[in-house]
Design a protein around this ligand. Structure first.
Ligand code: HEC
Ligand code: HEC
Length: 307
């Protein structure tokens, strides 16, 4: 509830009672409104820079600010959960923080299915400006409706045609409209209909249950991983392609849940035996006129009869 009043103060800095309403909030009790217009302008400049960085650096593909979990946690209120001294190194090199044995980071890493948040080449000040934006957008998201973080449309179930298209796109049987590389040049999916793929990047069979539809969609819309980003930089996927791929990944995931790993066992063995028998029969037919005795048998027999 109080986030509402905070947002209200933000929207209407002149509103009477704002200072009073926010004075007893546990967090930064004095928003720009209480400090006069100069402080307000300064803060939005940082937030504006932060917003640009949030988009450029790809945070937006994995994090929402208000509106719930995407690939990573919702960042609304993160500055209240964690100190800046914790957040800055985490954004720069999350794995270093995790490997240092930090218990909060380790727990978070486990909670998010051991998903590695990529490193970001950002200065401490740049991260601070992102946090200014996160604070601002978080407050705005507290208001009844927010342009900053519209809730994602639920992912509609793809039609069989779309799933088939997604499968063909994934393995490069159908080319992407903008010419991006086939997904399976880097990724593998375990699915009967798909030939084995690359192992440069993660196996994607269960990515749908790990990241959820909106998460996968967000990643495909603007890939946050440097390698993948470069591969699709000037060759973005179209909406239709994203829908087809998400549909296919969902299907592969669901199918996988019911599937044993591929086991050729007795089928492969008996096919081998039958094949060998057929081949031998064919060869004996082909060579049925072959010479059975030594080369000079005929000469020998002539000699024998002439005596
Ligand atoms: C590929 C997806 C991805 C991208 C891109 C990404 N993050 Fe994350 N982020 C995660 C995941 C997943 C976690 C949860 C911890 C983990 O798994 O390591 C996380 C955790 C965090 C946390 C800790 C949240 C908490 O509740 O304590 C912060 C802060 C954060 N990210 C900020 C950022 C910022 C800022 C950017 C952009 C510069 C960014 N992230 C880009 C996936 C991502
Ligand atoms: C040039 C190589 C490359 C291509 C092509 C590529 N990716 Fe990726 N992808 C990566 C890398 C690298 C990552 C980072 C995570 C990792 O190491 O697996 C990644 C991560 C992902 C993730 C997040 C996986 C997770 O669980 O963290 C998804 C989903 C994904 N890719 C889907 C796709 C799809 C769908 C395509 C085809 C449109 C595609 N990728 C094409 C390299 C690639």
């Amino acid at each position: 509830m109080f986030s509402f009043s905070r947002a209200w103060c933000w929207v209407r800095p002149a509103a009477l009672g704002c200072a009073a309403a926010t004075a007893f909030l546990p967090i930064r009790a004095a928003p720009a409104a209480a400090q006069g217009p100069a402080a307000g302008a300064q803060r939005s400049a940082a937030a504006a820079q932060g917003e640009a960085l949030f988009k450029q650096s790809g945070c937006v593909a994995c994090h929402r600010i208000g509106g719930g979990r995407l690939v990573g946690p919702d960042l609304k209120g993160v500055t209240e959960r964690r100190s800046e001294a914790w957040i800055i190194p985490f954004v720069q090199h999350s794995q270093d923080v995790i490997h240092s044995g930090d218990s909060v980071a380790t727990a978070l890493f486990e909670q998010f299915g051991r998903m590695v948040m990529p490193d970001h080449d950002l200065s401490a000040d740049q991260v601070r400006s992102i946090l200014a934006y996160v604070r601002e957008a978080g407050a705005a998201a507290g208001a009844a409706s927010s342009a900053a973080a519209p809730p994602p449309a639920p992912v509609a179930k793809a039609t069989p045609e779309q799933i088939r298209l997604g499968q063909d796109l994934f393995q490069g049987r159908v080319r992407f409209a903008n010419g991006g590389p086939a997904c399976n040049s880097c990724h593998e999916v375990t699915n009967d209909a798909v030939i084995g793929g690359g192992v440069l990047a993660k196996e994607l069979t269960t990515v749908f249950s790990r990241l959820g539809g909106p998460g996968v969609r967000a990643i495909l819309g603007s890939p946050p991983f440097p390698v993948m980003q470069r591969a699709f930089q000037d060759r973005p996927l179209t909406d239709e392609e994203v829908t087809a791929l998400v549909g296919f990944l969902r299907e592969a995931d669901a199918e996988h849940a019911f599937h044993q790993p591929r086991d050729y066992g007795i089928r492969l063995f008996s096919a081998g035996v039958i094949g060998a028998v057929i081949l031998l029969a064919f060869y004996s037919l082909l060579w049925r006129g072959r010479r059975k005795g030594p080369v000079n048998q005929a000469i020998f027999e002539r000699q024998v009869t002439s005596t």
